[in-house]
Design a binder for this molecule. Sequence first.
Ligand code: GDD
Ligand code: MN
Length: 354
Amino acid sequence: MDLSIIVPTFNEGPNVDELLRRIGVALDGRSFEVIFVDDSTDDTPEIVAAAAAASAFPVRLIHRDDPVSGLGGAVVAGFHAAQARWCLVMDGDLQHPPEDIPRLLTRAAAGDVDVVIASRYAAGGNSKGLANATRTNVSRASTLLTKAMFPRKLAGCSDPMTGFFLIDRDAVDTATLRPRGFKILLEILARRQMRTAEVPFEFAPRHAGRSKASLRQGIRFLTQLTMLRFGRMSAFALVGGAGAVVNLLILGVLTSWGLGYIAAAIIASEVTIVGNFLLLEYLVFADMREESGRMRTRFAKSFAFNNAEALIRIPVMSVLVEGGHLPVVLAAALTLIAAFVVRFVFHAIVVYGP
Ligand code: GDD
Ligand code: MN
């Protein structure tokens, strides 16, 4: 087996037969397998199974039900299952034309790279298949931002967000990947310096069905980017910072409605604590949720901690001011920093620990 083609699918039934037909024509005479890594909620698995039974080349189906790791996790599962060392990753909706695969193989055959990236933004490629102007702008802007954040690792890579690439599985340290959301190639490139080459391609319109890209995927992407670049603690800090702003806004609104400031502060804090928990749950610690028991328990721990922390911080501050003779602002800053670090450690180890 020379090549494993990994196709992540989520409700792509109407595209399966056409994809396999075009792959078969494009790779006629070569030895390869196609692995569908599927999280569908419709009849895609049955369609793949029927196509596999009728296919002249090996077609395999891995059906999972894993909304957390999503597209990225599906690709990693494909790496684990692949028979061949070289894996081609492509979408199941024919936006990545199978006819381009031989050009990627030819480039890899030169033997000097770990990954060949099919790029929409290299000279000769294009992204016309993006559904609309908004998607095109979002794609361009996020590509710029990403390249700015990883100037060295992404040097020479014009399209780190592409989902179409040929990779030497042995060059990927799958154990270090924390796949979430859509951008698995970016994560691979950001974690380890890879030897890359690019081949331009034309991103085609979708064959059938609709895109699973969403605002939610966009937010996940930004979290992923922050975590990859600055670590989990920064994503945690960002969420905490956003919480502080919301806290102040609620406080302002409630007091302007005539509520006493103590009551307003309590309501604002409790709302913020709950909101923070949800953001930690779905963004910062999403990859650690599964091994850490029940959501109810995690919430109880987080809620108790944050309330206790708020109650303890004030007396500690007064000790620093009265006993330690520190200026109030310095004492407040010290307790806030200490509280932040303790809160992070508590959440990473106690709330989201195994
Ligand atoms: N297994 C699995 N699980 N597959 C998924 C999931 C999931 O949760 N979500 C989406 N997919 C599959 C889709 O079925 C499709 O085959 C492929 O991943 C890409 O999803 P689309 O819904 O077609 O997204 P897109 O066209 O907007 O995104 C593509 O273009 C982006 C660049 O603009 C993908 O190639 C992205 O990787 C790429 O970044
Ligand atoms: Mn698509």
